[in-house]
Design a protein around this ligand. Structure first.
Ligand code: M6P
Ligand code: ZN
Length: 186
């Protein structure tokens, strides 16, 4: 297959091509559980796109030893003072790791271990991030333009969204005096 996947092509608005490509759009209406400010959330257009994920899935889901590749674009914006961000997940098979690579824009990677210790890494074009096993991960767009990063993860890792939907991360990333700040969740 022809896989178009270079950073320069993404920044010119092109997309992954091929039959093993899956495209997902996450809109405001799909993200009810993740944002803290429920009033600000309710005031936003439910159809507004927060982020899109294009994934290249060359082997069936759950293939042991296989790899998947994805490219995520998070739009700029906030819900209250919390930046637009992904749902975030642990891997269903907890001991599966992942790598993120920043293509363009600026963002933060939130990492939470199973003891609910949360920390953040700044993501800038070219930065590479290793997400250890047993670690929940979520990304946020902290800039004024699209934030684009790519990811590679094991095909059998799976996404456990439920744990995050129920308990969230222990910290949230908010804009304070114009600066991304990690604060304890109230
Ligand atoms: C990265 C990968 C994908 C993930 C996507 C969006 O591209 O980690 O597996 O789906 O980010 O994150 P989420 O699934 O948490 O919305
Ligand atoms: Zn993952």
């Amino acid at each position: 297959m022809n896989l178009i996947a270079t950073p320069s092509l993404f920044s010119t608005g092109q997309h992954l091509q091929g039959k093993e490509i899956e495209r997902i759009s996450r809109r405001i209406k799909d993200l009810e559980s993740i944002f803290s400010d429920k009033k600000a959330y309710a005031a936003l257009d439910a159809e507004r796109v927060v982020y899109e994920v294009e994934s290249y899935l060359p082997v069936p889901n759950n293939t042991e030893g296989g790899l998947f590749y994805g490219i995520t674009t998070i739009k700029p914006g906030t819900v209250g003072n919390e930046y637009f961000m992904t749902k975030g997940h642990f891997h269903s098979i907890r001991n599966r790791a992942e790598i993120y690579f920043t293509v363009s824009g600026e963002g933060m990677l939130l990492l939470m271990d199973e003891k609910r210790q949360t920390r953040a890494e700044k993501m800038t074009p070219g930065s590479v991030h290793y997400i250890h096993a047993n670690t929940a991960h979520r990304t946020a767009n902290t800039g004024d333009v699209d934030f684009i990063f790519s990811a590679v993860w094991p095909a059998d890792a799976g996404h456990d969204y439920d744990t995050i939907a129920r308990h969230g991360f222990s910290k949230i990333l908010v804009k304070q005096n114009g600066t991304p700040t990690l604060i304890d969740r109230s």
